[in-house]
Design a protein around this ligand. Structure first.
Ligand SMILES: *[C@@H]1O[C@H](CO)[C@@H](O)[C@H](O)[C@H]1NC(C)=O
Ligand SMILES: *[C@@H]1O[C@H](CO)[C@@H](O)[C@H](O)[C@H]1NC(C)=O
Ligand SMILES: [Ca+2]
Ligand SMILES: [Ca+2]
Ligand SMILES: [Ca+2]
Length: 436
């Protein structure tokens, strides 16, 4: 045969096919008999392995007289020969995983010796695997941090599970749940250990889902199947993929002229869906100089707009301000704030005499123009609507001519001898409240 005898392992004897073949050939020539049994692992102490007496064709008396016993004691702890009954039983719990690990098939070999005359019988007990282990992961949770900009097809290596059982009872498959964003790719390395890689198939969006919670389940092929689970906690890292957005494209406000400095106008508001500095918005006016920018001020963090200079309706009736919101990553949005100035009655009418004949002849006919005057009021509407009057006892009247122009006319015939002189006061009044 040319095969050298292998040294027995210290505690366990797990043979290769070649070794079995060797034993077989060896036994034909030197050993009287050999028997083989198959038992599952984890059998109770005292469980029957086989009827040795019967299988070897020996009677119980011969066993007794030959003081039959097990030799090659390295694995003798597991089995016991009950010579009185001629049976072989389990003496101590047999754990296939401990005995053989990955080696298949797993068996115990020993000899039964009888004396007077000496007889040697080889017994091989094959230990069959049972599915007494579930696949397990070392960690309870796998934590991953993945940028929301990760491209489809990106790979994420996952911890593999371990199931010490053999063959079909060992790890067969991985399942990922839920599988919306990722799919699993299952691979085996050279020594047959199965592992899984998670592949991004649908882009992540931190604004939609900042945290994903998945389960990786490892399953064996037993009946019933056993499984082990590890949680996969994914933190989606932000990138600046959202600009700030104003909640209104136009903000309208009013302000009374002469409003004191610090008067509140309005608050603009832009939101940014990103987190941290990518979502931190600051507000500025688009133009730093110019009438609008100098009359108002914006709080860069709150968007609150207030008055910082005197507002005069007579100079500007409306302001239009462009406001820019910018995040720390440089993305921006713009909006328009229209501030309408409300007039208040802060201007009195102003009378100017354009022409005046201070001396008139007593025989002028009634309706002769004595003076032409102009009244101006810088306010608008009612605040600038003028009425002119004179003392009603005087023999004069006022007639409006062109816009803002008035004529002072004689109303009756004069008589110098009765009254040589009149002192006339013209009063111009606007319609504001209070009137000026
Ligand atoms: C900005 O507007 C949004 C919705 O329009 C609102 O939820 C948020 O509270 C506002 N922010 C401030 C500071 O008022
Ligand atoms: C926009 O935000 C401002 C300031 O927070 C708020 O007063 C206003 O109601 C918001 N407008 C809309 C349309 O939500
Ligand atoms: Ca198993
Ligand atoms: Ca097992
Ligand atoms: Ca942003």
């Amino acid at each position: 045969m040319g095969i050298q005898q292998q040294p027995f392992r210290k505690r366990l004897m797990c043979e290769t096919t070649t070794w079995l073949l060797f034993i077989f050939v060896f036994m034909i020539s030197t050993i009287r008999g050999q028997i083989r049994y198959s038992v599952p692992e984890e059998m109770k102490e005292g469980s029957l392995i086989g009827n040795v007496a019967q299988d070897l064709g020996l009677d119980l008396r011969r066993l007794r007289s030959g003081r039959a016993r097990i030799v090659s004691g390295d694995t003798s702890q597991y089995t016991e020969l009950k010579a009185d009954k001629g049976i072989l039983v389990v003496k101590e719990r047999i754990d296939r995983e401990e005995l053989c690990g990955d080696v298949m098939p797993c068996s115990l070999s020993f000899e039964i010796i009888l004396e007077n005359p000496i007889e040697l019988h080889r017994v091989t007990v094959e230990i069959l695997d049972i599915n007494d282990h579930a696949p397990t992961f070392k960690s309870k949770v796998i934590k991953l941090e993945i940028s929301e900009s990760a491209t489809v097809g990106s790979h994420f290596d996952l911890e593999s599970a371990y199931d010490p059982d053999s063959g079909i009872h060992s790890l067969q498959n991985y399942v990922l749940s839920p599988d919306n964003n990722f799919v699993l790719k299952q691979l085996s390395n050279a020594d047959g250990v199965r592992f899984a890689v998670m592949i991004l198939q649908k882009p992540l969006d931190r604004e939609l889902n900042p945290h994903l919670s998945l389960k990786l389940i490892a399953v064996d092929g037993g009946t019933p199947r056993r499984s082990g689970t590890v949680n996969i906690d994914i933190t989606v890292l932000d990138v600046n993929d959202n600009p700030p957005v104003f909640n209104q494209s136009l903000y309208k406000a009013t302000v009374a002229e002469n409003a004191p400095i610090g008067t509140y106008i309005t608050t603009v508001n832009a939101s940014d869906a990103d987190s941290g500095s990518n979502g931190l918005v600051s507000y500025t006016f688009s133009n730093v100089k110019g009438k609008s920018a100098e009359k108002f001020e914006i709080d860069s963090s709150s968007g609150k707009i207030t008055v910082v200079d005197n507002i005069d309706f007579e100079k500007d009736k409306k302001y239009e301000i462009r406001v820019i919101a910018k995040d720390q990553g440089g993305l921006s949005d713009a909006t328009k704030v229209v501030v309408e100035v409300l007039d208040i009655n802060d201007n009195a009418p102003l009378i100017s005499i354009m022409s005046f004949s201070s001396i008139i002849s007593e025989d002028v006919s009634p309706g002769t123009t004595i003076a032409v005057f102009n009244v101006k009021d810088a306010d608008s509407e009612r605040n600038g609507h003028i009425t002119c009057s004179i003392d009603s006892n005087l023999p004069f009247k006022i007639q409006s001519s062109l816009t803002d122009y008035y004529n002072l006319l004689s109303d009756v015939a004069f008589d110098r001898e009765t009254k040589p002189e009149y002192n006339i006061t013209i009063t111009a009044t606007d319609s504001g409240s209070p009137p000026l």
